[in-house]
Design a protein around this ligand. Sequence first.
Ligand SMILES: Nc1nc2c(ncn2[C@@H]2O[C@H](COP(=O)(O)OP(=O)(O)O)[C@@H](O)[C@H]2O)c(=O)[nH]1
Ligand SMILES: [Mg+2]
Length: 412
Amino acid sequence: MSALGGMHDVVAVLPHRADDMARLDIVSERGEPIVTVIGKYNHGKSRLLNELIGTSVFSVADRRETVKLAGSVHGGVRWLDAPGLDADVGTEDDRYALHAAWLHADIRLFVHAAKEGELDAKELALLAELHADGARSRRQTLFVLSQVDQLADDAELQKVRDAISAQCPDVALHAVSSTRYRKGVDEGKTLMLERSGMPSLRAEIDTALARVPEARAHEAAMLSGDMRDELARLLATLKQSLADSCALQRRQRMAFDEGLLRIIDKVSGDIESMLNALGVDHASVPDGARDAYAITAGKLERAHIQNAYSRACIEIDSFLAGQGVIGLPSEQQTVARALNNVMVVVMGVSVKFRKDLNRMFGTQAGRENMRREFTHYYERSADRQALAALIADSARAIEASEKAARVLDETA
Ligand SMILES: Nc1nc2c(ncn2[C@@H]2O[C@H](COP(=O)(O)OP(=O)(O)O)[C@@H](O)[C@H]2O)c(=O)[nH]1
Ligand SMILES: [Mg+2]
């Protein structure tokens, strides 16, 4: 059961914080403190846990045995047996279990068998990582030098201690032998029991356990504080970019509105002067059959009007093209490509009569209609739509981040 509602809301916004959220969830649950063994396989991890608990819960073998993360609660502590840390046998399951061990542990028992002597590169790297994490999270790591009965004598043990201390100077080594401990318990040999190192390791673990509540509180505050800071920075960035996009959207629209008014006024003015210069209206006088091949006054005027109209359309069209209104929105397009043109849709293909030009350019209603229609297509153009989508995305991201921030605020 998760202690944190809305964990997904945070991970959705900060995906790289999934582990931190999982850890925050664990420390917020206020379950038993968790002690986990970590180290290479066959170094006596499972057996160590069994002896610490006092019963054989975890399977011990010379083979590589512990694959899954196994856990057991004893004396108010959850003990976790992690799979061995071995590069050559690292399956997907192992990595998952190791990862889980890392996430769950409040106290890490780093186990290294004495007979192996020095730490190898992989162990050193892990130990360094554990200590770096400990400095940040206050999670504790105890170094257990295991199976010390396998060394010939105390001088041998001292050699191993010296070698490891040279590798990691600030680390306290807890030398133990599970075999000696078992023998001491079974045969009632107090000295053997003391020499197993297990009672003093157990005392160290108890001291560390006493510090877990304080460490968890620190870790919870640190994790939620870090993530809230990160969210606050993210929100500031998102809000700034939303504000920038909205300002750009307004600026573009103002420039378009101004430009469109100017061009409509200009072409309307040109057409008005052209119409004023014309004399008698010949265009509306229909041509008779005998005029089929003659140049009539009516034909001339119609050609004149069509010319003026085309010029006006070209001027408006080039303004629109400069504003990114290139063609019709995709859902409005037809198979006839020549018709996929905003000018054609708004203005029609041809105009032959003075009254048509007047209706379009000479009246307030006609000019208002052009303004409304062209503005509509401007807002439907690709660039404007992309900007609107960007704004919608930013708004959604801000909403999601604010939701995540509320979840984290509840943990504070
Ligand atoms: N001599 C000796 N053998 C041990 C000791 N602890 C564990 N072993 C043996 O080492 C082998 C591996 O132990 P295990 O706990 O399964 O190691 P793990 O793979 O790290 O979990 C087993 O055969 C254990 O019986 C110890 O303190 N002394
Ligand atoms: Mg094991």
